[in-house]
Design a protein around this ligand. Structure first.
Ligand code: NAD
Length: 452
């Protein structure tokens, strides 16, 4: 049997399993979530070692960015699933009385989950947890780039679940592309905007609904009213965690011209304090040599204020700050997704809003400011997926906030309740009482004629 016909068989078997109703009871879903949690905990060491082997990420950072997030999602769902899965009572309009209205939280069916590589467990398992919680069956295709992480995930999934319930497909772009052409009931994709567009097109051919968690260039603004020391500390952390390979990392900095020298000193001081050295526990490698070469090509050496060094053998790229960057510089033409922070200077806050407003809507935006007017303008005039005031990245960490993009940075949102709802069809149902018949709707319309 070829790999592709194997996928079609699995999809068919998963659809049958779903239709058997086995995955629908909340007790079943809870048991599966507990089983997954147990397996992950039992394999924690192997899971950490795999990502370390892939791109040198330390166990602490794997815990912070991957495992703790998945554990939180499972625990939150276990506490909330009874409430979420229950049919919702709704008011009934006067014309439909006597009768009852309900929304049934119907599991959407058999779903496809495609993950990106940068947080290999988080980006694959968080949506899977929501799909299990919603009562779906699922095929999961993690990124092929962190090969060790993909192998251990595959081992855990296949030893925890039968393949007609949850199946992990290994492989690269060809496998992913083939899967998106099949008639799943939902596709949940995390990755780049370019590939997201292809997934959207394939899904449209079968009228398959999608959630697209994409990327983009997320700006951070530092205004003269900001606490500069705190701003530098938080921006440096958010930018260089995972060596900038985070979808919501600040991509570029818009800095008020008057702050240039002071803020650069704060930034460099903060980078030195954090010790992002080659091989350091707190600094990961670039995922592949190809990715590193792309990043090096984006650096214009005459604009480097700090850093710029690299080592091809260990795929190390030093935290790098570029100054006096202009809109048409190569670094401003694509999502950086690496440890390079370009700085563009501004004179008026309005110009900043106009600059961001003429670009694609970003996945995240951040503002460091104590000014009420600036905060209000930032929140009302700009359109972005989500963000923070006086911090970066941390909105992602709140399970009560739906996380997702807008426009080119994505469609839909997840985490917590928003995640669960991705895999639910809210089925609206009206139950008519047998006692009363509204006569006006039935022809002949003689009674209407008297009224009109
Ligand atoms: P990518 O788009 O290259 O790959 C993502 C997934 O798509 C992988 O599993 C890959 O195998 C698959 N894929 C590749 N070609 C495909 C095709 N033709 N059809 C269907 N699937 C295909 O992204 P990446 O390099 O893994 O991740 C980096 C990107 O992801 C960045 O743009 C980043 O901003 C974004 N990202 C977004 C989020 C978010 O939550 N919004 C999170 C992490 C990463």
């Amino acid at each position: 049997m070829t790999q592709t016909s194997n996928f079609e068989t699995i999809l068919l078997e998963q659809k049958r399993y779903f239709e058997s109703g086995k995955t629908w009871p909340v007790s079943f879903r809870k048991a599966q979530l507990r089983a997954l949690l147990k397996q992950l905990k039992q394999h924690e060491e192997e899971l950490c070692k795999a990502v370390f082997d892939d791109f040198g990420k330390s166990a602490i950072e794997i815990f912070m960015g991957d495992l703790a997030v998945v554990y939180q999602e499972i625990r939150w769902l276990l506490c909330n699933i009874d409430r979420l899965a229950k049919p919702k009572r709704c008011r009934t309009n006067l014309g439909n009385l006597p009768g009852k209205s309900r929304i049934i939280m119907q599991p959407i069916g058999t779903v496809l989950i495609l993950g990106a590589w940068n947080y290999p467990y988080n980006l694959t398992l968080v949506p899977l947890v929501s799909a299990i919680g919603a009562g779906c069956t699922a095929v999961v295709k993690p990124s092929e780039l962190p090969t060790h992480a993909m192998k251990i995930l595959s081992k855990i999934i296949s030893s925890t679940f039968p393949k007609e319930y949850i199946f992990l497909a290994e492989g690269g772009a060809e496998v992913a592309s083939y899967l998106t052409q099949l008639k799943f009931d939902k596709i949940f994709f995390t990755g780049s905007t370019g590939v997201g567009k292809m997934v959207y097109q394939s899904a449209a051919r079968n009228m398959v609904p999608v959630t697209l968690e994409l990327g983009g260039k997320s700006p951070v603004i530092v205004s003269p009213s900001a606490d500069l020391a705190k701003a530098a500390k938080r921006i440096v952390w958010g930018k260089f965690f995972n060596a900038g390979q985070t979808c919501v990392a600040p991509d570029y900095l818009l800095l008020h011209r008057s702050l240039k020298q002071t803020f650069l000193e704060y930034l460099v001081g903060e980078i030195k304090t954090r010790k992002y050295d080659q091989g350091a526990e707190q600094y990961v490698s670039i995922v592949t040599s190809k990715h590193l070469e792309r990043l090096i090509a984006l650096i214009s050496s005459e604009k480097v204020y700090y850093g710029g060094g690299y080592d091809l053998a260990s795929r190390y790229l030093e935290p790098t700050i570029m100054v006096d960057v202009e809109e048409d510089d190569p670094i401003m033409q694509e999502e950086i997704f690496g440890p390079i922070l370009p700085i563009i200077l501004y004179d008026h806050f309005d110009d900043v809003l106009k600059y961001i407003g003429r670009k694609e809507k970003p996945l995240a935006a951040y503002l460091f400011s104590q000014s009420k007017e600036e905060r209000k303008a930032f929140l009302t005039k700009l359109n972005f997926g989500g963000g923070c005031i006086n911090d970066v990245v941390m909105h992602l960490n709140n399970i009560h906030l739906p996380f997702g993009g807008v426009g080119a940075s994505g469609i839909g949102a997840y985490h917590g309740e928003a995640g669960f709802l991705n895999f639910i069809h809210p089925k609206s149902v009206f139950v008519r009482s047998k006692y009363f018949e509204p006569t006006l709707k039935y022809p002949p319309y003689t009674k209407w004629k008297k009224r009109i």
